[in-house]
Design a protein around this ligand. Structure first.
Ligand SMILES: Nc1nc2c(ncn2[C@@H]2O[C@H](COP(=O)(O)OP(=O)(O)O)[C@@H](O)[C@H]2O)c(=O)[nH]1
Ligand SMILES: [Mg+2]
Length: 221
């Protein structure tokens, strides 16, 4: 029956939120700041993460949880390839991470040796928006080739974020992307969001974004 189905969904989300709160308390007790990075597949999550880690380390002790729907270790290998601890989480087909998977992933990390944990969620603009992971902030990485209408078509994910990183700005000359239209869509949903324009390819804008992140990390130390 429809009513019963709604109750079950709410139960699952309540349990998820409880685990997320426990994770957040644990991380704060260890003075660790954490970020949930969401984006569509190919927006440049891993590329931006790699650039960001290069700005933050070695001063900030970082680790990354890599979420993928398939049992692959492609992104985790890229991160561990630059000397940063990386844990691969396989969702077993689900289109998003959840708090339980993230908690399990964190059990493989030495939390006493870290200042900052970055979570790369499964590439998807819909499902990850509904699932808290226990991180301090949520970030969406958008990219120029995805088009300027995404805030209007997938509004939910932009509502609960603290920062929007617009990646691949090096492609602006080649793609019809109306920045004002895109920004207006984001700001209508989330007027307080921090907005960064970056290119993981050229490095443009990465310093400003990383500096903002570093400020948040230092605040929980
Ligand atoms: N031109 C350009 N390509 C980029 C940029 N960032 C990432 N890419 C490319 O976009 C593709 C997807 O990047 P990836 O980081 O794997 O995206 P993810 O699936 O969101 O993790 C790769 O071919 C990257 O080389 C960028 O800033 N500019
Ligand atoms: Mg990736």
């Amino acid at each position: 029956m429809p009513t019963k189905r709604i109750e079950i969904v709410q139960d699952i989300l309540t349990v998820n939120d409880q685990i997320a709160e426990e994770t957040n308390r644990l991380l704060h007790s260890k003075h660790i700041f954490s970020v949930n990075i969401m984006a569509s597949p190919g927006a440049g999550k891993t590329s931006v993460i790699l650039r960001t880690l290069q700005e933050l380390t070695p001063e900030i002790k970082c680790a990354v949880l890599e979420g993928d729907t398939a049992p692959v270790t492609i992104d985790a290998e890229k991160v561990s390839g630059i000397g940063i601890p990386a844990i691969q989480i396989n969702t077993g087909g689900d289109c998003h991470l959840n708090a339980n998977l993230v908690r399990k992933g964190m059990q493989s990390l030495d939390l006493n040796a870290l200042d900052f944990i970055l979570v790369e969620n499964v590439g998807n603009l819909i499902c990850p928006a509904s699932w808290k992971l226990g991180t301090d902030i949520n970030v969406v990485i958008a990219s120029i080739p995805e088009g300027d209408d995404k805030p209007y078509k997938y509004p939910n994910i932009y509502r609960g974020i603290q920062a929007l990183v617009l990646n691949k700005v090096d492609l602006k000359p080649y793609v019809d992307f109306n920045l004002s239209y895109f920004k207006a869509g984001i700001l209508a949903l989330n007027p307080d969001v921090q907005f960064f324009e970056v290119s993981a390819k050229t490095g443009e804008g990465i310093t400003d974004w990383a500096a903002w992140l570093k400020k948040q990390i230092k605040e929980v130390e």
